[in-house]
Design a protein around this ligand. Sequence first.
Ligand code: AMP
Length: 412
Amino acid sequence: MGESDYLADPMADSSRVLVLNSGSSSLKFALLDPHSGEQYLSGIGEALGGPEPLLTWKSPGQKHSRQLDSGAAHGVVIDLLVRDLLAGSQPAAGNLIAVGHRVVHGGEQFAHSVVIDQKVIDAIAECAALAPLHNPPGLLGIHAAINAFPEIPQVAVFDTAFHQTLPRHAYLYALPYALYRDQRIRRYGMHGSSHRFVCERAAELLRKPLRELNIISAHLGNGASVTAVRNGQSVDTSMGLTPMEGLVMGTRCGDIDPGLLLHLGDALGFSLEKISSLLNRESGLLGISQLSNDCRELESAAADGHEGAKLALEIFCYRLAKYIAAYTVPLQRVDAVVFTGGIGENSIFVREQVLHQLRHLGFHVDAKHNESIRFGAEGRITAADSAVALVIPTNEEWVIARDAAALVRPGE
Ligand code: AMP
């Protein structure tokens, strides 16, 4: 089966978008209906480029996995997608109208999603200076997909785009201005597709026009960020130039004193490489607990009396509550706090702890609702006379698919 077999059938009534999310050693994919969000195929290639790469995928009702040859990288996964997996998803794959790519850093050049051409590829490569760990793998995925589907439009959806509405007092660091003017060093923020999804869904749930909606959106996964949304637009966010700033994360430290970096280098003789590994991979929940980066595991260890797990969760919740309280400043009126991401969607404990610390702002958890809204459910977790807190499962793939479809088939 070749690429032409996937070209859009003008008579078919339901289009499909293939969404690709490339990491340095992983490639996640999903084939979905951009209108309903229904997924026909999803999976991940992991440990790519290493000795034992593994491909796992699921189609409705079925799970599969396949060991790939040693060294197999992004191109191999995409070839398999074209040759075997999409073929197995017929007729769902038969009307592919676009491939949508998640790109982490769009710098200041991209405030919206775009159809990819050579100019866009060059601009994404330029932004790689700001995101050396994230943009190069995104480009690998883009090149592999262009090779595999030369006639199908490719669309880039940027994690940073939603935050391009930040005012300058929120995005500038108090550094010499030339660093911004000449090097574009500033806060960019990430998880934009997730915050945007949550925001649009919150507007529906609260029956408010998006342009009048004020929410604080907490995306709590292994990476975590919180965003203040005023009148439907991002006005502040906790991640910065890189995804390291802000909340306590699985293995990232979040906010620290920048003087600490000088201390690690000068007084303790740490190399830049060692500092980077320490702050990115050995800190956060894992570093504090000395046990795990996994919130679920920490909750169960804390319940068994593990002091490190208790401390890690305590710091995680405190930092998040502090950020949410701070974001009442740009909003003044908060229509809802929204929890999403693996922890936000599932952790009864974290939601309860955080909202308890915000009781002075009028938040009172409804214990029954908090316990029942998990595992993909959505809804309100605060009492009837309380300020509103919602749980909304995120769906970044759907945002990417919707943007891609809107760009290649406007008006549909
Ligand atoms: P994500 O990166 O969005 O997939 O989220 C991963 C995080 O969600 C990990 O820290 C998980 O431990 C956490 N998580 C998933 N399910 C639960 C749960 N039932 N209770 C607490 N945390 C959970």
